[in-house]
Design a protein around this ligand. Sequence first.
Ligand SMILES: *Cc1c(COP(=O)(O)O)cnc(C)c1O
Length: 376
Amino acid sequence: MPRAEVRIDLDAIRHNVRHLALLGDDAAVMAVVKADGYGHGAVDVARTALDAGARWLGVCTLEEAAELRTAGITAPVLSWLHLPEEDFSGAVATGIDLGVASRRDLAAVAAGARAAGRPARIHLKIDTGLSRNGCPPHAWGDLLEAVAGHAGAGEVDPVAVWTHFAHADAPAHPTIDVQTDRFDHAHAAATTRLGRPLLAHLANSAATLTRPDLHRDLVRPGIAVYGLDPVGGGVHLRPAMSLRARVALVKSVAAGEGVSYGHIWTTPTDRDLALVPVGYADGVPRLLGSTGRFTVGIAGRRRPVVGRVCMDQVVVDLGPTGTGHGVVEGDEVVLFGDGADGGPTATEWADLLGTIHYEVVTGVGCRPRLRRTTVG
Ligand SMILES: *Cc1c(COP(=O)(O)O)cnc(C)c1O
């Protein structure tokens, strides 16, 4: 094993996608692999998810879509967040489905279609209340008129209407029904105006797991593919990412010595310490060290990290000198993993930091200095 690695268990991805496909029932699964597969590696995750029954892939940017095509992945891919000056010709030429939220988006996509010499497949996004991307309801009729024009000219091929929830992680939240009503309205108006059936999709992981009534034609789970539960319902998912490192040094330090920058921890007795060569440059948040509750797994046991997290290293307390901790240089350290053996998890980090596990796995998985390896 190298100094430190992000290990991705592709069996876990497979397991999670199969579970989502079963839950989704008749709905197709679009595995969301934006942000380099939430830090897990977009291409590896995409191939594994398709193998396990996903039929679509979802990304945020055209660059992310192109990476999948370049890797030889031919499955349907939806890309959904674009800039005003975006050139869509390559995406259209390679058969990428495109999210469209405004007349400006539509005009740029149509220009790309003319350049590519084929119609662009588009998914019309209605903003039903997240107030982020998407066309506001008051502009929907106008957008549909423009779509009808470009469709008539053979430049676009409308395939879906879609939206995104603000509170899907609270399955009983009243905004979910409000957003769904607005969605149904927009979908009906689009099928009427465009005179064709259109796919409907609105469910992220949380809605896929908790609201079967919202599955419709296609579900768009991201975080659940990676085995992290967005609703805390104890659902049957397996976390795919673990962050591992090796003990670089074991030594004794006398009682009363300060440890790491700022000496926020002092050895209460003569102490054995282990040095672990990962730090905030590897996505281990410096704030974790200040919680006083940051632990790592070494040889199947949890050990506390003491003192500040540095750029490249953290220090672990192995207990009073001479108590036979059994830890030796080179031992594997699990900073977080699937938690199956009682070890630390990404969810635990998120709780300590007051954030969500999405940020933990993308924060670690998108670091160039960590080697990413796959198993399974
Ligand atoms: C990221 C994203 C998803 C996936 O969300 P999860 O909560 O990770 O399941 C689905 N749809 C859209 C539009 C997204 O941006």
